[in-house]
Design a binder for this molecule. Structure first.
Ligand code: COA
Length: 373
């Protein structure tokens, strides 16, 4: 059995007094302490990060992490845009399954707010296609295109999108690690400045600093990882079959439901349904598409929301989106929920949780399913 035996999230937000190294140390030490594991038992350290080389001049994060944590084992860094954290978790699971290691420390980290938003938007576009960069698109612009097609096809309004932002900001009020702890209402979302029509300020996840860490091991104590799946698709939107479906999510989740034998579509109303999920709401439309692609809502109905709690952490929208850290933070949130350690935002009797982490506009998707023992 492969389990998450400990997890920790730093505060997400504008952390001008913290360096990349400070964040790695806090997340790594926090996860190790929570897992009650000796450093000598850790066989491998994997760091998920997207931008440190490009905007911070710091690469070789595997070596940096093992050095500043004082763990003399192999350390590596992996990258898959905004799903770098999810990929790092997946690599840890693969390494344990391959019987090469027994205990892995995974850290997701990103330091973004030291640079101006223009520089960040340009750096983020490294995760998109050359054609998309050449015509001057940004990620907000790309998701705005997806939102427009969805709205047109299903008669959905900006108010429907706004509901996602209002819910996730409300959830974040119970999470003191969130970037924003600020309640918003539909009117505020609709009246906010427009970023890329139809997505306004509150439809977007923010630019954040932060880190998260988990200890994953072969063992019997902890929250079981019953599925860890990844899928890839074309880099650019123009080569997709549909602008309102992320095929990578659909493929990854199909595999995850098969491996775990947990499928909410087949088992609706039965005890083995998913109890809660952390999904990739980089923009409000992202959460709606995710609910549909994950099979939690029917196509064209994701905007109505679902009965199970989604993004109890506040999601990327309100908890924040330090891109390399997000996929690891999602696992920390589900681990806490399934362990009964989620404090004010605890979901009662949560047994099965799902995480969904997307790179770019769906070039990569990583899905994990975790189960309380
Ligand atoms: N949601 C809610 N509030 C936000 C916010 C967001 N996404 N982004 C910024 N704010 C708030 C700030 O806290 C600040 O509030 P204050 O005046 O009370 O201090 C105010 O809005 C202005 O902040 P500022 O940083 O000047 O905003 P901005 O207009 O420069 O940037 C965005 C806003 C939406 C353009 C920026 O957050 C962004 O680019 N987000 C998308 C990031 C992205 O693409 N990630 C990858 C996804 S694939």
């Amino acid at each position: 059995m492969i389990v998450v035996s400990g997890g920790y999230q730093t505060k997400f937000g504008e952390l001008w007094d913290k360096s990349l190294k400070d964040l790695i140390i806090e997340a790594g030490e926090g996860a190790i302490k929570d897992a009650k594991v000796k450093k000598s038992k850790i066989d491998l350290v994997i760091v998920g990060n997207k931008l440190a080389g490009k905007i911070g001049g710091q690469e070789h994060l595997g070596s940096l992490a093992i050095d500043c944590l004082g763990i003399r084992v192999p350390g590596i860094r992996v990258e898959a845009a905004c799903s770098s954290g999810g990929l790092a978790i997946h690599q840890a699971v693969l390494a344990i399954k391959a019987k090469q290691v027994e205990t892995v420390l995974v850290i997701g980290v990103e330091k973004m707010t030291d640079k101006g938003n223009g520089e960040i938007a340009e750096a983020l576009m490294g995760a998109a296609s050359e054609e998309e960069r050449r015509v001057g698109l940004s990620f907000v612009g790309l998701y705005a295109l997806m939102a427009r097609v969805y709205m047109e096809k299903f008669g959905v309004t900006k108010k429907d999108l706004a509901k996602v932002a209002v819910k996730n900001h409300k959830n974040a009020l119970k999470n003191n690690k969130a970037h924003f702890q600020k309640e918003i209402d539909i009117n505020m979302v609709l009246k906010a400045s427009m970023v890329a029509e139809p997505l306004g300020l509150f439809d977007c996840s923010p630019i954040s600093d932060g880190a998260a860490g988990v200890v994953i091991s072969k063992g019997s104590k902890g929250v079981e990882i019953v599925a860890s799946e990844i899928a890839s698709d074309s880099l650019g939107l123009s080569r997709r079959k549909s602008l309102i479906e992320l095929e990578a999510t659909q493929v990854a989740v199909k595999k995850a439901y098969l491996t775990s034998r947990i499928n909410p579509r087949l088992n609706r109303g039965r005890p083995d349904m998913v109890d809660l999920a952390e999904v990739h709401d980089c923009f409000t439309i992202g959460e709606i598409l995710a609910l549909e692609d994950l099979g939690l809502a029917k196509k064209g109905e994701g905007y109505k929301g679902v009965k199970i709690p989604i993004n109890t952490s506040g999601g990327l929208k309100a908890c924040g989106h330090p891109v390399g850290a997000t996929g690891v933070k999602q696992i920390v949130e589900i681990y806490k929920q399934l362990n009964g350690k989620a404090g004010k935002r605890q979901v009662k009797n949560a047994k099965i949780g799902l995480t969904h982490n997307v790179g770019g506009t769906g070039g990569t998707a990583v899905v994990h399913i975790l189960r309380r023992q």
